[in-house]
Ligand binder design. Structure first.
Ligand code: ATP
Length: 435
C-alpha cells in the first residue's frame, strides 16, 4: 500500500473529511500543510493516527481563523508560539476529538545548554531540524495535489525501517538533555537500537541533567512510567547511568524491576476494578508506576527525591504511605479484617493498591486486596438516626458503637441484621450496666 492509501485507511471518515477541508483552505492560502512527527512514525509502523496535529508552513493562526469563519466553531491562539486550537463546529467533530491543533512551522534555538528553546517562526526545513530523532522528522504533505507526499529530508525512513534511534546533530543532548530519556523510551518501546554515534553523545551531556527543571525531568519519567514496558526503559536508563545524575537516590534494582514488570497486566486489571471509576480515587497511569518503583525507599529518600522532582501533593502523600507500608508489610499477617481495615484506612488508596500488588506474601496480599475490593465498603445497617431513635445520647459514643458494629460485620461476628441488632442491644446493656 502506498503512503496515501495508508494514510486514508488509518483515518476515520470524519477525520479524513476534516483533513481534506483544512488542506483545501491551506492550498487556497498558499500554505503547505503537513502531518509530522510521532503520527507519521506510528502510521508507517502500522498503528492508527491518534493526534491530528497539523503543521502549517505559514500562519497557522490565520488559517485557523479562516476555517472557523467559513465552517463555524471558534479559535484560541498563542501568538508567541504561532499555534491555534480550533474548537470544531458540531458537524466537523470526530469520534476522537472536538478540537484540532494547528501549528506554524518554527525554528528553535537554545540560548544555553538545557534551557528551554527560543521559538521563532520558521520554514518547514527549520521545523524538521528542530526535532529530536530522525524517526520523528518524517512528514506527510496534505495540501491540494500534494496530499499523501512523504517528506523525508534526514533519512528518517531508512532509520525507521532499520529500527534505529539517531539524533540529528552532535549537540542535540547538550541542547536538550531530556532527549536522552526520550531516546531510551523510543528504543525500548519499538525494540529499536540507539546508534553508537548517538550513545557516544551521552557522557558529555550527562552533567547537564542537573540543570533540567523538576517539571521537565519528571515529565519525561512520567511518560516512561505510562508505557507498558517501563521496567525495560528504567533498566536501560540505569545501565546508561541516566538515573543517578537526576538524584543519587534514584536507582533501579532487581526488586524494582520485578514490581514494574507486569505493570501493563496490572493496569488492565485495575482498569476493570470498580474502585477505579469512583470519583476522586483515580490515579494517573504514571502514579502507579512511581509507587511501584519507589515504595522500597525510605521516608528520607522519598523526601529527598521530592526536593528534586516536585511530585504532586497526592503522589507525594501516596509515596510516603507506600514506603511506610512496604517496610512493615509482614506486620499485616494474621490480622483480623477489622484490624487490617483500621490500619489501611489511614492511607491513600493508591498506595494500598500498589503495595498490595507488590506484596509477595499471599496473606498480606489478601488483606490489601480484600480491603480494596470489599472490606472498605462494609458498613453497619444501623446508623446514627437509629441510635438516636433508641435514645442513645448523641456524642462520641455514636462513632464508637458504629465502628464496633462495622468491625463485627468485617470479622464475621454478625452475619444478619438481626444479629447486628442483638449485638447493639448487648453493647447498650453492658455500657448502661457499667458504672
Ligand atoms: P509519543 O508516541 O511518545 O507521544 P510523539 O512523537 O507523538 O511520541 P510528542 O512528545 O507528542 O511525541 O512530540 C511530538 C513531536 O515533537 C515528536 O515526534 C518530535 O518530533 C518533537 N519533539 C518532542 N519533544 C522533543 C524534544 N525534546 N526535542 C526535539 N523534538 C521534540
Amino acid at each position: 500500500m502506498n503512503l496515501k492509501s495508508q494514510l486514508e485507511a488509518s483515518l476515520s471518515p470524519s477525520q479524513l473529511r476534516l483533513i481534506h477541508l483544512i488542506a483545501d483552505s491551506a492550498a487556497q492560502s498558499g500554505f503547505p500543510l503537513y502531518i509530522i512527527g510521532g503520527s507519521v512514525r506510528d502510521l508507517i509502523l502500522g498503528s492508527a493516527i491518534q493526534d491530528l496535529d497539523l503543521t502549517v508552513e505559514g500562519d497557522a493562526i490565520a488559517l485557523a481563523r479562516a476555517l472557523a469563519k467559513r465552517h463555524g466553531g471558534r479559535v484560541t491562539a498563542h501568538s508567541k508560539f504561532g499555534t491555534a486550537k480550533w474548537f470544531l463546529p458540531k458537524d466537523l467533530q470526530t469520534e476522537s476529538s472536538d478540537t484540532l491543533d494547528l501549528i506554524s512551522a518554527r525554528s528553535e534555538t537554545y540560548k544555553h545548554p538545557a534551557a528551554l528553546p527560543t521559538v521563532m517562526p520558521g520554514s518547514m526545513d527549520d521545523d524538521i531540524r528542530r526535532r529530536d530523532f530522525t524517526i520523528n522528522t518524517l512528514a506527510i504533505r496534505l495540501d491540494g495535489a500534494h496530499f499523501g507526499e512523504l517528506r523525508d529530508d534526514l533519512g528518517g525512513m531508512d532509520d525507521l525501517k532499520q529500527g534505529i534511534v539517531r539524533v540529528l546533530h552532535a549537540k542535540s543532548f547538550i541542547d536538550d538533555p531530556t532527549r536522552m530519556y526520550r531516546a531510551v523510551r523510543y528504543a525500548e518501546r519499538y525494540g529499536f537500537t540507539i546508534v553508537e554515534e548517538t550513545l557516544a553523545l551521552i557522557p558529555p551531556a550527562r552533567p547537564l541533567i542537573e540543570k533540567l527543571s523538576a517539571q521537565r525531568i519528571r515529565h519525561e519519567l512520567d511518560l516512561i512510567l505510562e508505557e507498558w514496558n517501563a521496567a525495560a526503559m528504567l533498566a536501560r536508563l540505569a545501565e546508561l547511568n541516566l538515573l543517578q545524575p537526576i538524584h543519587p537516590a534514584l536507582t533501579f534494582d532487581e526488586s524494582m524491576r520485578q514490581r514494574l514488570t507486569n505493570l501493563h497486566t496490572y493496569r488492565s486489571l485495575q482498569h476493570l476494578s470498580p474502585w477505579n471509576i469512583t470519583k476522586g480515587e483515580q490515579m494517573r497511569a504514571s502514579d502507579l508506576g512511581w509507587l511501584l518503583w519507589l515504595m522500597s525507599l525510605s521516608q528520607e529518600q522519598v523526601s529527598a527525591l521530592n526536593d528534586r522532582l516536585h511530585f504532586t501533593a497526592d503522589l507525594l502523600a501516596a509515596l510516603f504511605a507506600a514506603s511506610k507500608m512496604y517496610a512493615v508489610q509482614l506486620s499485616f499477617v494474621g490480622l483480623k479484617p477489622s484490624q487490617c481495615v483500621e490500619r489501611l484506612e489511614a492511607y491513600p488508596l493508591a498506595a494500598v493498591e500498589a503495595v498490595g500488588y507488590a506484596a509477595k506474601d499471599p496473606r498480606v496480599k489478601e488483606c490489601f486486596d480484600e480491603y480494596i475490593s470489599k472490606w472498605r465498603y462494609i458498613k453497619p445497617h444501623i446508623n446514627g438516626d437509629d441510635l438516636k431513635a433508641l435514645g442513645v445520647e448523641p456524642g462520641p459514643r455514636y462513632a464508637i458503637l458504629l465502628r464496633r458494629l462495622r468491625n463485627a460485620w468485617l470479622d464475621g461476628e454478625v452475619k444478619t441484621k438481626e444479629e447486628e441488632k442483638a449485638l447493639l442491644q448487648t453493647l447498650l446493656n453492658s455500657s448502661s450496666a457499667s458504672p
